[in-house]
Design a protein around this ligand. Sequence first.
Ligand SMILES: [Zn+2]
Length: 401
Amino acid sequence: MRRTLLSVLLLAALPATVAIAADSPEAAVQLAQDAIIVDTHIDAPGELQSHWDDLGVLTPNKEFDYPRARHGGLDVAFMSIYTSPTEDAEGKAWQSAHAQIDAIEALVQRHPDKFALLRSPGDVERLRAGGKVLLTFGMENGAPIGDDLGELAKFHARGVRYITLAHSENNRISDSSYAHDKKWQGLSPFGGQVVAEMNRLGIMVDVSHLSDDAIRDVLAATDVPVIASHSGVRHFTPGFERNLSDELMQAIAAEGGVVQLVFGTAFVNPQAAADMVAHFQARAALARENEALAAAGKPLRSKDEFEKAWAAAHPVPDTHIDAVLDQVDHAVKLVGADHVGIGSDFDGVGGELPAELKSVADYPNLVAGMQARGHDEETIRKVLGENLLRVWAAVEAAARR
Ligand SMILES: [Zn+2]
């Protein structure tokens, strides 16, 4: 049910008096355009570092660009300032984060008619007038701040409005859900200070990627609601700690926070999630084997060969939008319509996405799916963006700068 740009242009040309049935595809497109859509996780900045494109024009080899964002009704895109544990280990995370922010600022300056930088939720209505897509920053992995709390204020000044405390490995701040051996059994002592300073500055704390214990520690430490910027529902992927358990979703909601549901196949398809867990375990086993080989002075097994063989043996399962809608239904039923949102992970999962949610052009498909499953307009608007803006405003209002 993917709609072409032409069909939307034709729709926009319809006189206002033409009645549109509430559950028609046109109604979904219309609601996606009218509602404020906030997507809290788009990895475009990292993609620009590996291959530059002008995202102000149609860029089919990527999942975010201006024409498709407009087509999909996207209003606020959190650009993910992602740095890897490897960059952290090599001392390159701070540099990489600033370069990615620069790249997005350059994009906005190149197209001031299409994009604007967003620093406060209170500016959304004013800035989105005229069809602009508003860009703001979420930092994925707290690595760029190193061990210096003072860096938080500097990144806040550059526009960073949430920080995912850790990524795929334990770091100075927190344990990671993906880490086989946890270092801190939750947040580190420094991590506790980071959460307090983020509260003070008005930077949202993002618990996606964290271990269960770390999420519980964050909830105990924070004075304000938190977000999970791009997480799935563990109910559908048992044993996959990267997705949130019912208990943790309820705890996040109880403190007023919001769970932004992710679209990536690995998070919504049970087989793909199981494969991912097994992949991490196999990778860790290979690393241990290579350590032993190195210690014995023998040649190491090739990581590239391992990855190639793994990919060949574990094809990505075909996945459809129903898998995402199942998670939306479960989350709304469990924690209520006020605590669910969306964080796609577009440009961050190597194209491994449900067939009907392949790019920022496709939010109308999500709207149509929610309508078909009986969610009312109020719920859909909350999930699309109002909930996230509410949490952001609460965090901003509680800042003590
Ligand atoms: Zn991520």
